[in-house]
Design a binder for this molecule. Structure first.
Ligand SMILES: Nc1nc(=O)c2c([nH]1)NC[C@@H]1CN(c3ccc(C(=O)N[C@@H](CCC(=O)O)C(=O)O)cc3)CN21
Ligand SMILES: CC(C)C(=O)C(=O)O
Length: 323
């Protein structure tokens, strides 16, 4: 059975029109119109092979983070090639001040939700801080949980040559690994903040050597975060696996942004590499304040369209029985 057939069975069972009417929260395919949904109708399941073909043909790879069912579903419907359950989850979704606070169980909970919505994009999850550092065995155990319980297809690990044995171990047992070099947010304390990496020759060489070592260890792709664009271009040209940049310039094989950053939904610091493609924060502000105002002024709800009627005789009978 193909994955599409499976997803058709598990996500969208054929409901009778009557059953459908009562499930107001059921995701409706019919509501999706326009280019994006036509595109998704024609799209196939993205695999590692497709990602390598995209790199070969120079077709940019679009990766987006997702943290729950609706954001996962949006990645699926609107053309993302890779959905990443990033550990930025800690900050943008759970309100922690650092990704280092995120536990594996919290990550698993969100992976399951994203996996229910994101079917066609290749699905990757960050291994949380501490879940792959104690030993390759521990990393295998935790990565297996992300695959089995979380429903993801690959894991992403931050680090350089020091994690190459772990990457080798995971890939050897069939768990695809996306490496992540350059700025490593899980090490912000040791690095004294979130700083652009590879700006001097020695640091650039270190980032470059990390990327080479992790490709050699079997990584199917490498994320390059916050490095000079010329270094991003150089690493992309030297590797034979796709690079995904975030603040690594325009010449990487693909780009990734955090959902809340590209939607302008994140209230915290805006890194230089962030471009806001929509303004959800303003829409949320408008929506919530209009709702609160309508409640306070009794403009919401209306009797006619937003309330339920009761048969008059039933109502009289009800009153007769009431003391
Ligand atoms: N909302 C959000 N977006 C992200 O991209 C992101 C998270 N959260 N949380 C986890 C990590 C942390 N990341 C960050 C956080 C801050 C900078 C940052 O402030 N960079 C400075 C660089 C300053 C310099 O070295 O000159 C910048 O201004 O771009 C970069 C990446 C990336 N990830
Ligand atoms: C920004 C991306 C690459 C990430 O690692 C995350 O979302 O945590």
């Amino acid at each position: 059975m193909t994955r599409n057939m499976l997803s058709a069975l598990s996500l969208r069972p054929a409901l009778s029109p009557v059953a459908r009417r009562w499930m107001s929260a059921w995701p409706s395919d019919k509501k999706e119109t326009g280019i994006a949904s036509e595109r998704s109708a024609r799209r196939k399941k993205v695999t590692i092979q497709h990602l390598h073909q995209m790199r070969q043909s120079g077709t940019p790879i679009a990766m987006v983070t997702a943290y729950d069912f609706p954001t996962g579903r949006a990645c699926d419907s609107y053309g993302a090639d890779i959905t990443l359950v990033g550990d930025s989850l800690a900050q943008v979704c759970l309100g922690y001040d650092s990704t280092t606070k995120l536990t594996l169980d919290e990550m698993l909970h969100h992976c399951r939700a994203v996996a229910r919505g994101s079917k066609l994009p290749f699905l990757v999850a960050d291994m949380p801080f501490g879940s792959y550092h104690t030993s390759p065995e521990e990393a295998v155990r935790n990565a297996v949980r992300l695959v089995q319980e979380g429903g993801v297809e690959a894991v992403k690990l931050e680090g350089g040559e020091e994690i190459a044995p772990t990457v080798r171990r995971l890939t050897s047992i069939g768990i695809p690994v996306m490496a992540h070099v350059g700025l490593l947010p899980q090490r912000h304390t040791a690095l004294s903040g979130y700083r652009v990496q590879g700006k001097d020759a020695a640091s650039a060489r270190s980032v470059y050597n990390s990327a080479l070592a992790l490709e050699d260890a079997g990584a199917f792709s490498v994320v390059l975060e916050a490095i000079p664009h010329i270094l991003g271009t150089h690493i992309t040209n030297k590797l034979s696996v796709p690079t995904i940049g975030i603040g690594a310039g325009p010449n990487t094989s693909g780009q990734v942004l955090v959902w809340d950053d590209l939607m302008a939904r994140w209230h915290g610091h805006k890194a230089k590499f962030v471009r806001r493609f929509a303004d959800v924060q303003t829409e949320e502000m408008k929506g919530v304040s209009a709702y609160v105002n309508a409640v306070k002024t009794r403009a919401f709800p209306e009797v006619v369209n937003e309330s339920y009627e009761m048969d008059e005789t039933e109502w009289r009978q009800f009153l007769e029985g009431v003391v």
